[in-house]
Design a protein around this ligand. Structure first.
Ligand code: HXC
Length: 257
């Protein structure tokens, strides 16, 4: 695959993307953005891949956008390059994604984790949006996604003071789905991914799309959207298989077209 800043490993129907800029604590420069997005989009196009896990190192998921790369830039540079816009594509993948966060997930690192569908934290995880301390604000959706995840009070405090949250606080606040021991993080995330990848891929995509819609629309519109997809799944062989397997008291085998 020829990537320098991200390692790609396929395991059956799952894939593991590992950020690989250890000397800079996985700081997210343009190369990392291009490579992670390209690797994720290639997996997204592969119908044999049912779930993608994104992780960093034990010390840092990612310590933010690359400060040294941004430091000399001016407004026109940032605007004309539409700096960081390509990260949005990670949030638009159809394949479900899992962020497995150990160590620092700061600034762009926290935003990257929040672009994923399921967020698992090691007990060593540290989350925050410390951009304010550098004289900037979040630029990959942090002010929006953190606020939706943890509410206004905590999001305001984190974005205005730059203070960080440990894993326990992040779990209490609803930012992460659960905390696992650091040593088990990646295997646990891969187990979650394997479970998701064992489901019907189109139905998992519809479940993802439906939950994601909750962040984009009113309750009535969201419920209508869900109802349309709910009716649509009855056109799949996987619905027949899933319900037949329940009646026959056997595990389902999805993947029928
Ligand atoms: C570039 C970074 C970096 C970053 C760490 N490094 N974070 N380089 N951009 N975001 C580099 C350091 O310069 C250092 O390189 C090496 O990684 C190790 O980091 P240390 O600071 O020596 O490690 P430590 O003392 O353990 O401190 C860890 C840390 C600290 C607390 C995470 O590195 C830190 O505060 N980093 C910045 C966190 C941050 O502000 N993130 C938000 C970025 S802004 P050398 O070469 O010296 O060894 C952002 C904005 C998004 O994300 C949108 C804005 C437009």
């Amino acid at each position: 695959d020829g990537y320098e800043t991200v390692l790609v490993e396929r395991r059956g129907r799952t894939a593991l993307l590992t950020l690989n800029r250890p000397k800079a604590l996985n700081a997210l420069n343009l190369q990392v953005m291009r490579e992670v997005v390209a690797a994720a989009e290639a997996l997204d196009r592969d119908p044999e891949c049912g779930c993608i896990v994104l992780t960093g190192s034990a010390r840092a998921f990612a310590a933010g956008a690359d400060i040294k790369e941004m430091q000399p830039r001016g407004y026109l540079d940032m605007y004309l390059a539409d700096w960081f816009a390509a990260w949005d594509r990670l949030g638009q993948l159809r394949t479900p994604t899992v962020a497995a966060v150990a160590g620092y997930a700061l600034g762009g690192g926290c935003e990257l984790a929040m672009l994923c569908d399921i967020l698992l934290a090691a007990d060593t995880a540290v989350f925050g949006q410390p951009e304010i301390k550098l004289g900037v604000i979040p630029g990959i959706g942090g002010s929006q996604r953190l606020t939706r995840a943890v509410g206004k009070a905590k999001a305001m405090e984190l974005c205005l003071t730059g203070r960080t949250m440990d894993a326990a606080e992040a779990e209490r606040a609803g930012l992460v789905s659960r905390i696992v021991p650091a040593d088990d993080l990646v295997e646990e995330a891969m187990a979650v991914a394997e479970t998701v990848a064992g489901m019907s891929l189109p139905v998992a995509m519809m479940a993802k799309e439906s939950v994601a819609r909750a962040f984009e629309t009113t309750l009535a519109e969201g419920v209508r959207f869900e109802r349309r997809l709910f009716h649509a799944v009855f056109a799949t062989a996987d619905q027949k298989e899933g319900m037949a397997a329940f009646t026959d008291k056997r595990p389902p085998v999805f993947g029928h077209r």
